[in-house]
Design a protein around this ligand. Structure first.
Ligand code: FE
Length: 341
């Protein structure tokens, strides 16, 4: 008697647990993210507040997350991947990791050149020219082409040619000028190196400020971080360097993005699409972009970021970010040939 009652009770408890976990399953989103900024907490908790969908976040480095999703295969719990750089997003696409997403909202809010069938940009950054004001004039470095001008021999420093930011820039140069011109550009830049590539963009800006080289290229958010910093050493750097929006009379400054997509094996596809649509909302756009001093992709969203304001308005390259993917492999081949390591 006692035992059968116990069994029934256990059965009820089990049923209840199953029902709860089913509901929980529907109200959960597994997010793999290579982003980790201060504003992210508010970004995610607002989504949960609006939709009741809880976000489980797995954070990691860009390449690690791609590798992890690949290894998890059909069993991957990942619903959405957020990462930076068009070349990396394109790689996820090529590996077949993303599911196509049809969303009228995303199509209306995000400009066509900043989205593909299966991944979407949510913020943009530009690759700008930073020069030492004591060593060069802004007129000397108005375009990416100028960096290959023999006049700048011994004056250029950059991070590695294998880094996705430089590969994406090179991909855009191939797209605009063709492979032959892109190759002679790469050779010209290498011939102008003040030193072999090392470090990240911030290290190059510091080297420019210190006079170890006279000019470099950097993503705008690294520049913004220095402009917004109160540290005396950063104030010195900000005073020593000038910022040029490249290619303003031609193609416009090269634009890169951070973005993401719904994964092919996502267990919660509906929630995943909802999340992408949320990221394109006004409030989320502000959090998303401002967390890393970037620009929102939704044109109507106003930013109130002192560093971005200080950098001013500029003409951006309208090349579709999805197109960069076609040239990334070629970009690496050309850099290797030119000795741009
Ligand atoms: Fe970066």
């Amino acid at each position: 008697m006692f035992q059968s009652r116990f069994r029934t009770l256990a059965g009820i408890v089990m049923l209840a647990t199953t029902a709860t976990s089913l509901i929980a399953e529907e109200k959960v989103l597994n997010l793999y993210s290579a982003r980790h900024y201060q504003t992210d907490e508010a970004l995610y908790s607002n989504f949960t507040k609006q939709t009741g969908i809880k976000i489980n976040r797995i954070e990691g480095k860009e390449e690690e997350l791609l590798e992890r999703i690949r290894n998890e295969g059909a069993n991957s719990p990942a619903d959405v991947l957020l990462t930076v750089d068009a070349a990396r997003l394109a790689k996820a696409h090529e590996l077949g990791l993303f599911a196509p997403v049809k969303s009228a909202l995303l199509e209306t809010r995000i400009p066509a050149n900043l989205r593909t069938d299966d991944w979407f940009s949510f913020s943009t950054r530009a690759r700008v020219i930073i020069f030492n004001k004591a060593a060069l004039k802004a007129e000397d470095v108005q375009s990416y082409d100028d960096l290959a001008n023999p006049k700048l021999k011994g004056k250029v420093c950059t991070r590695s040619g294998s880094h996705p930011y430089n590969l994406s820039l090179m991909a855009s140069i191939i797209a605009h000028q063709g492979e032959a011109k892109a190759e002679s550009w790469a050779k010209g830049v290498v011939a102008n190196f003040a030193r072999a590539p090392k470090g990240g963009d911030t290290d190059q800006i510091k080297a420019v400020a210190a006079g170890e080289c006279a000019v470099t290229i950097s993503n705008t958010y690294y520049v913004a971080r220095i402009l917004r910093s109160d540290k005396p050493e950063d104030r010195k750097i900000a005073d020593a360097v000038g910022i040029v929006w490249p290619n303003q009379n031609t193609t416009g400054a090269h634009i890169n993005v951070s973005g993401g997509g719904v994964l092919k094996n996502a267990p919660h596809k509906e929630a995943a699409v909802k999340f992408l649509e949320y990221l394109a909302s006004d409030d989320a756009q502000r959090y998303f972009a401002d967390g890393n001093n970037e620009w929102p992709v939704v044109a109507s969203v106003k930013v109130d970021n002192p560093a971005l304001k200080r950098m001013g308005a500029f003409k951006a390259d309208p090349l579709p970010v999805g197109n960069l993917a076609m040239y990334v492999v070629k970009a690496q081949v050309i850099f290797d040939k030119a000795g741009y390591r």
